[in-house]
Write a protein that binds this ligand. Structure first.
Ligand code: PHE
Length: 345
């Protein structure tokens, strides 16, 4: 075995040039294949004199490592060259378009309602989803242990306090916060997510969305409430829409009413959406109870007001005839794509 032979191979490796991957593979076989030049040197190494083994063992291994590294290097170069020469790639083509999403039906309805009330001069107010008992119940005239609290099964976050934390069951809590902060006259709507401990079905869910409204000033009457709701209903459901009010009960309003709009599908004749009645229930409302005004420091002798609240999923169901509330929360793309055209605003 001669050092000269080894140096010669090392020099050839340094100068080696390959244009294609095929040439790289041929070079690999030439040096490192079963009958390759370096493999042959290893065969020879087995038979050399013991005294020579110490000298050549190290250099031979270094030569082999060098060959492996050089072949790898040539391979990467050949791959890069190949890609650059690939004439099928047209770098002037535009990229793939992103698939655009669409707005969620609940967001679309919320925006519509907000836009209508903005035109009437209402501001938008927001508040926390994790609330305390005071703002969700007590300030709204629900005394402790009042049976009305059972109307809304509540998710409690902490219990055992006088004022436990809970997930708000309505956005009326935002109205309380607004009355605490703002001076009269007040005209706000409060859109937001609310939570009630209900079994999930086609008609009920433990999470849903509301828009509630509050109007307080001197001399506000039930006639103002009725007119505001009528104007809203006509903007929302069409100019021929009729409303009717039915007496109801809420602890925070007196008197209270539930509002129906004339069915915009059968126009009052009766169909399966309005269950043959010609009317669809859309919201609850009433004159703010004087106790509620006083609890937030508003003089109930001088001021009066009205409040109303509606569920967005319910309104979206009526608008698009969706028959199952659960669709709103399942993020099924087939359902969401149905609203793509309604998104163009
Ligand atoms: N807060 C009531 C609810 O969640 C709705 C409502 C608001 C009723 C304002 C009357 C006045 O059901």
């Amino acid at each position: 075995m001669k050092q000269e032979d080894i140096d010669k191979i090392a020099a050839v490796l340094d100068d080696l040039k390959c244009r294609t991957l095929k040439e790289v593979e041929e070079a690999r076989v030439k040096f490192l294949g079963k009958k390759g030049e370096i493999t042959a040197l290893f065969d020879e190494f087995r038979n050399i004199d013991r005294s020579e083994k110490a000298t050549f063992g190290k250099v031979l291994n270094e030569l082999k490592q060098k060959a492996i590294a050089r072949i790898e290097e040539l391979k990467m170069q050949a791959i890069d060259d190949g890609a650059a020469k690939d004439t099928k790639m047209d770098l002037t083509l535009p990229g793939d378009p992103f698939e655009l999403g669409s707005r969620h039906p609940v967001s679309i309805v919320r925006q519509e309602i907000v836009d209508i009330f903005r035109k009437f001069g209402y501001d938008v107010a927001e508040g926390p989803e994790i609330e305390d008992d005071y703002h969700v119940f007590e300030a709204l005239n629900f005394p402790p242990n009042h049976p009305a609290r059972d109307m809304q099964d509540t998710f409690f976050v902490s219990v055992g306090h006088l004022n436990p934390l809970l997930l708000r069951t309505h956005t009326s809590s935002v109205q309380v916060r607004t009355m605490e902060k703002m001076d009269v006259p007040i005209r706000v709507i409060c859109p937001g997510r609310v939570f009630r401990n209900e079994a999930i079905s086609a008609r009920a869910h433990c999470i849903f969305h509301q828009v509630e409204g509050l109007y307080i000033d001197e001399n506000v009457t039930f006639a103002d409430l009725k007119q505001a709701i009528l104007l809203f209903a006509r903007e929302m459901f069409g100019p021929d829409t009729q409303i009717r009010m039915r007496p109801s009960y809420f602890p925070f309003t007196e008197p209270s009413a539930e509002v129906d709009v004339s069915c915009n599908i059968c126009h009052g004749k009766g169909c399966n959406i309005c269950k043959g009645t010609g009317w669809l229930e859309i919201l609850g409302c009433g004159m703010v109870d004087p106790n509620v005004l006083e609890a937030s420091g508003i003089d109930s002798k001088r001021y009066s007001g009205f409040a109303f609240g509606m569920g967005l999923e319910r309104i979206a169901m009526l608008k698009w005839r969706v028959n199952d509330l659960r669709h709103y929360f399942e993020n099924d793309m087939r359902f969401l794509h149905e609203f793509a055209s309604a998104t163009e605003v």
